[in-house]
Design a protein around this ligand. Structure first.
Ligand code: NAI
Ligand code: COI
Ligand code: MG
Length: 355
């Protein structure tokens, strides 16, 4: 029996989470698990109910659970609020509270989606890369942060800060992951300009010595954003800091056809871990039935594997997604020539059926 904190959020969050729940309910029946879903409010939904994006009651609920499944937060309705009260503060707060410093974002191209990728087939090949993004440091959390006006001059500032320890612990995760893959780590930074990147490079080089079987290379982030488009096959594991990882993972996501395909796992030194699709709340398509639920469903599959050690069930979910795509089922974001366009719920049903 596992307790799952179920935080749907805003926009397409509740729509894709409903499909992930259907999938987990099917896994329960088929593999003999018992999942207890505990629903909590986050983001704009929590602001509307309690005036804050991450209520204490939601944090407490998560503390009592074995894993957290998160949809997405945000929307225009709450955009004018101060930074502490914006919906996005919910996900940032959960990452910090639970010490979830390593975000794993696997970008895998399912063969039937080659023509949904914006990249030519001969370049995209069999894309299979893993971004390991540092998740609780850098610009998103560094202080001081703010805005002020002095003598009629308005300034705003964020602080990019990393300690040696913060770099070390996420580097270990990346090297360990590479040992189970193609044994290559590309550490991405901006060491030609940033002091934090120079420390990053120094620490990563030191940690690399503990993994002699893994080949380490360094790349500046501006070049990496280009290399992902011109030669994505050169990458195995990309290790990078918080902001760079946020940006490069959206780019990697779309190489696989759509941001609606990319799941993620946020890990720390102790449970609960958090699982969420890489995309946001997509207000432009919310309520239209066009959201692709696969990123959220694959995030649930990552939860089965990393939090519950249920590899067989996790693989069954991944295989069901593969089969749905092989048989031509497509949400509109990944529409290809002869595919059958289905809604969010229909895609969930097809995947459930194949499990
Ligand atoms: N973890 C989270 O909760 C995140 C929240 N956000 C928030 O989400 C809101 C919207 O942000 P955007 O920059 O527009 O990013 P977004 O990821 O929500 O959407 C970007 C584009 O991708 C499309 N898209 C996203 N997910 C999709 C899916 N599952 N299926 C099909 N198409 C999909 C959207 O329709 C949109 O055109 C903002 O309030 C933002 O702060 C953004 C990123 C992460
Ligand atoms: C919404 C932000 C806080 C984070 C983000 O875009 C992400 O984690 O992908
Ligand atoms: Mg992002």
């Amino acid at each position: 029996m596992y307790k799952i904190a179920f935080l749907a959020g805003d926009g397409i969050g509740p729509e894709v989470m409903a499909e992930a729940k259907k999938v987990l309910k099917t896994v329960e029946k088929k593999f003999g698990f018992k999942f207890d879903f505990h629903e909590g409010l986050v983001g704009g939904a929590a602001i509307d109910a309690y005036g804050v994006p991450l209520p204490e009651s939601t944090v407490k609920l998560c503390e009592d659970c074995d894993a957290i499944l998160f949809g997405a937060v945000g929307g225009q309705k709450w955009d004018a609020l101060s930074s502490q009260l914006r919906p996005e503060k919910a996900i940032l707060g959960l990452r910090k509270h639970f010490g979830l410093y390593a975000n794993l974002r696997p970008a895998i191209l399912f063969p039937p989606l080659v023509s949904a990728s914006p990249i030519k087939q001969e370049i995209i090949g069999n894309l299979d890369l893993l971004i390991v993004r540092e998740l609780t440091g850098g610009l998103y959390f560094g202080t001081p942060k703010g805005r002020e006006e002095t003598g009629g001059v308005v300034r705003a500032f964020d602080t990019m800060i990393y300690t040696e320890e913060e770099i070390k612990r996420v580097a270990h995760i990346a090297f360990k992951a590479a040992q189970n893959r193609k044994k290559r780590v590309t550490s991405v930074d901006k060491a030609n300009v940033l002091a934090t990147s120079r420390l990053w490079r120094e620490v990563v080089e030191r940690i690399a010595k503990e993994y002699p079987d893994v080949e380490l290379s360094h790349m500046y982030v501006d070049n990496c954003s280009m290399q992902l488009v011109v030669n994505p096959g050169q990458f195995d594991v990309i290790l990078t800091e918080n902001t760079f990882g946020d940006i490069l993972s959206d780019e990697s996501a779309v190489l696989t056809g759509s941001i609606g395909m990319l799941p993620s796992a946020s890990l720390g030194d102790k449970k609960p871990y958090l699982y969420e699709p890489t995309h946001g709340s997509a207000p432009d398509i919310a309520g239209t039935g066009r959201a692709n639920p696969i990123a959220c469903i694959l995030s649930a599959a990552m939860m089965l594997e990393y939090s519950f050690g249920a590899s067989e069930a996790s693989n069954a979910v991944k295989q069901a997604v593969t089969r749905a795509l092989d048989e031509g089922y497509r949400t509109s974001d990944i529409k290809t020539g002869a595919g059958k366009v289905v809604s969010t719920t229909e895609m969930g049903d097809v995947i459930v059926n194949f499990i």
